[in-house]
Design a protein around this ligand. Sequence first.
Ligand code: GLU
Length: 502
Amino acid sequence: MTAKETSAKPLHNLNSHNQQDVRVRIAPSPTGSLHLGTARTALYNYLYAKRFKGKFVMRLEDTDEERSEERFTEDIFAGLKWLGLNWDEGPDIGGPYAPYRQTQKENHYSNIANQLIAKSSAYLAYETPEELAALKEEQKAKGQPPRYDNRGRHLSQSHIEHFIKEGRVPSVRFIVEEPRTVIWPDQIRGQMAIETTDLGGDMVIVKSSGIATYNFAVVVDDVDMKISHVIRGEDHIHNTAKQLLIYESLGAKPPQFAHAALIFDNDHRKLSKRVHGEKAHIDYYRQQGYLPEAIVNYLAQMSFTPADGREIFTLEEGSEMFEFARMSKSPAVFDLQRLNWFNGHYIRSLPIESITERCMPYLTGVDTSKYTDKQIQEIIISVREGLSTLAEVLAATRFYFIDKPEINEETKKSIFTNLQAKEVLTRTIQELGKLPYGDHKGCKQVIDSMGKELGVKGKELYWPLRAALSGATQGPDLGSIISILGAERIKSRIEAALASCS
Ligand code: GLU
């Protein structure tokens, strides 16, 4: 199928939108956990609604009875709320155009389908799944793309009676006029033109089970809910063409459409559950200690560049700057390193009280009650520079909590066997009474002047202490380590290190 941009005149002459009436929606199908792509679509809708003081609507497209599950609805709702993308109307909070769950509107869809039948825009089609499968096989054998051959369009009355006698239950098919070009001015992609010959023939709008299909229910809902702009992924471009035909038959004014580029990985593969497993889902990032502030910023800037070119912006700032004209048409690339960079930025720059609180669930298996709340905060300050996720906080701070940090043999051999190191460690024990605990800089100064007296500086001075106190020669600032650990812990750690060098 081909979608092309065109300079031809649009089929629907849309007026430029009235800012008062902006109503956008996110319409997830609860057939899986919240996908990064859905979160990004929700985010663009949210930003647009806020930008134009409109309404952001949540609608559940739950008509796929076999695959829809309540736990997915819960995951989607929880994920979007965690990201701060709260909606103004939805199945959980109601709204003027309720219900916001498609399963509660089945009769309504059937009634509208009947109106389309009455107008000869749709008809009852009686073929069985086996007949449709055979048709597909036949087309495949001939190397043709699969499509419905519109055989149900002109059934004679006797044929219909015969099918009914056989007990066949009809579906409703919408007539897709061919050939014809469906044109619309896409707010992101520019003028679009889709040939109706690429749409797969007359489309089912109500299945034989009585359930409306996506392309039909979505139009009815968008009309019912007075949606002004449909912002969604580019994978819906052909659906948009189908939906525009339905709008036309219903005599309804279509919304404006904006199709955002899809998200790919570094190997040009579409981000999907099948290829990327849990990493395609928001919940994975929540569990790994990504901050919602970082995720929304990262997702927003993937295809949207503010006019001033900035990369770092909050949800609120994003909603003051958002515009379709600054959206990219090129595929977005999901790059974990870059997300880590955004996350690290927010870990370093959000208020320390908030970061500490968010780190606490990750400090498992260690006894945090050994320290006061103030000290825990200092512990987090001492490591936050090096964190790219909150989950890394445990490994980075474990040494503060355990009785004796593990020091590997290599470090023991290379550092503690040296006479100077023993002197530094022994002298530090004597200085314990002088160290101004709680004052990181002050502690560092005491160590530096001790080093001066001993004629030792740089790594000769710091490494034995770092290794004895934290188990590693790299890590948080030494003054902070000393200041936080306090005399008693320093003493027992240094004694243990000295014992291991003899
Ligand atoms: N339920 C559809 C999806 O999850 C919604 C698409 C649309 O926004 O119309 O892809």
